[in-house]
Ligand binder design. Structure first.
Ligand code: GDP
Ligand code: ZN
Length: 412
């Protein structure tokens, strides 16, 4: 352990790569060495938020001006799993590292709950030389997060699931279990609410073709009452229109959603799925049994997905750890394997914002007579008029009503 040396302060401008905005808890940064056995005692640096006018930092140099901790040697990586104080990191070459977290970041954890979480893009120092070449390191810095996904536990507390996810892969199945369009709509709403770009994947299309001998797109899911939007009565048996897999996909594509059909058995659509996932951090969602784990294992053998064994029941278990982890796909891109699927439910959606989470309502709702129109039975509702003339799908509108009632009921 090096004895503490005399240091002096120097004011230097920020480096270019430091000028992006950070979260406030990223501002204070200091190197602690005693617990990490690093030899960077000689350089201490602290950065405080002072605004754009004084974009300078103070660094402390050792008397002999040597800089032992060289940031230019830090490596870039993405956190794929966190277990206590140990983080697993995937670097840009696809190599896996086991890292601890610099103590100051751990201290900040108390304030911000999770300064290092799955999905974080980090800088870490390579300590493999001091551990027989094992890929180990220390996380030195965490990049500002583009997004944070969290879930609420039974006691209403929020838990961070992962950072920087940008896509929601909604997996459904054509059969066993059969397609549930309303459930897709709920995931779409949750995706928008969470700032994730939603992609719909209908899996098991082999089942419809094999067992029913029909084009999967023609498979009837159910019928719904037709007629003017303001007379929509889901229980009305009189006039029924068929809802098929094809009609659901057509209306979703018309809204602008990417929809793909796959089969983990015949491998149909797998390359399309891979293309959709490449370059993104995608959250995998969808009800149990639709084939999420089978699909990803087919896409990339060796992933060892554990989605299947996390049932809704075990998730409720008191001692179940529900840590998310990132799975890296060949060709780039990660999939978040998380048992916290229910996080993408509607709990955080308010009735008044629901319309904004239906992109197909965006244009018509500008023309509703009342600014605070909820598009139910108000006069001069342009959304309902759009349903009547076919510009908005009736099925989507009924989905909206159902979700609206649900969230409105919850918020007295
Ligand atoms: P998960 O709960 O969404 O992860 O679903 P699983 O991956 O555990 O799959 C549930 C069941 O569906 C398993 O028995 C799989 O073998 C089966 N399965 C998954 N994908 C397909 C598919 O594309 N076609 C057919 N026929 N079966 C599938
Ligand atoms: Zn309206």
């Amino acid at each position: 352990m090096a004895a503490k040396k005399r240091t002096r302060k120097v004011r230097v401008p920020f480096r270019q790569n430091r000028q992006s905005r950070r979260r406030s808890d990223d501002w204070t940064r200091q190197y602690h060495t005693d617990n990490d056995q690093l030899q960077d005692t000689q350089q201490h640096e602290s950065v405080r938020a002072k605004g754009a006018l004084s974009r300078k930092r103070t660094i402390r140099l050792a008397a002999d001006d040597t800089v032992v901790a060289d940031e230019s040697l830090w490596r870039r990586g993405t956190v794929t799993a966190v277990h206590g104080l140990i983080c697993y990191i995937n670097d840009h070459e696809g190599r896996n590292w086991t890292c601890t977290v610099r103590r100051i970041l751990r201290t900040l954890r108390i304030e911000s709950r999770s300064p290092v979480t799955v999905g974080d893009r980090v800088w870490f120092s390579d300590h493999s030389a001091s551990s027989d070449g094992q890929p180990v390191g220390v996380i030195e810095r965490v990049d500002p997060r583009q997004s944070v996904l969290s879930r609420r536990d039974g006691r209403g507390r929020q838990h961070t699931i992962c950072a920087n996810a940008d896509q929601l892969l909604i997996v459904t199945s054509a059969a066993q279990p059969k397609l549930k369009p309303h459930l897709i709509d709920r995931y779409l709403v949750a995706g928008h609410k969470g700032g994730l770009h939603p992609v719909v994947c209908v899996n098991k299309i082999d089942l419809t073709a094999e067992h029913e001998g029909i084009d999967p797109e023609d498979l009837l899911i159910y019928t719904q009452s037709s007629g003017p939007a303001d007379e929509c009565d889901p229980d009305d048996e009189a006039v029924r229109e068929p809802i098929t897999i094809g009609s659901v996909l057509t209306e979703l594509r018309r809204i602008g959603y990417t929809c793909i059909t796959t089969s983990a058995v015949t491998r149909a659509g797998l390359e399309e799925l891979r293309a959709v996932l490449t370059g993104h951090i995608s959250v995998l969602s969808g009800q149990s049994g639709v084939g999420k784990s089978t699909l990803l294992n087919a896409l990339q053998p060796g992933l060892e997905l554990r989605v299947a064994d996390v049932s809704a029941e075990s998730e409720k278990g008191k001692h179940t750890t529900t840590h998310a982890r990132l799975l890296r796909l060949d060709g780039g891109g990660y999939v978040v394997d998380t048992p916290g699927i229910r996080a993408f439910d509607l709990w955080s959606v308010e009735a008044a914002e629901l319309e904004a989470l239906f992109p197909d309502f965006a244009a018509p709702l500008q023309h509703c007579r009342f600014k605070d129109c909820f598009h139910r039975d108000e006069e001069g509702c342009a959304v309902r008029a759009a349903v009547t003339r076919g510009a908005i799908s009736r099925r989507r509108y009924l989905s909206y009503l159902k979700m609206f009632d649900e969230v409105a009921q919850r918020q007295p």
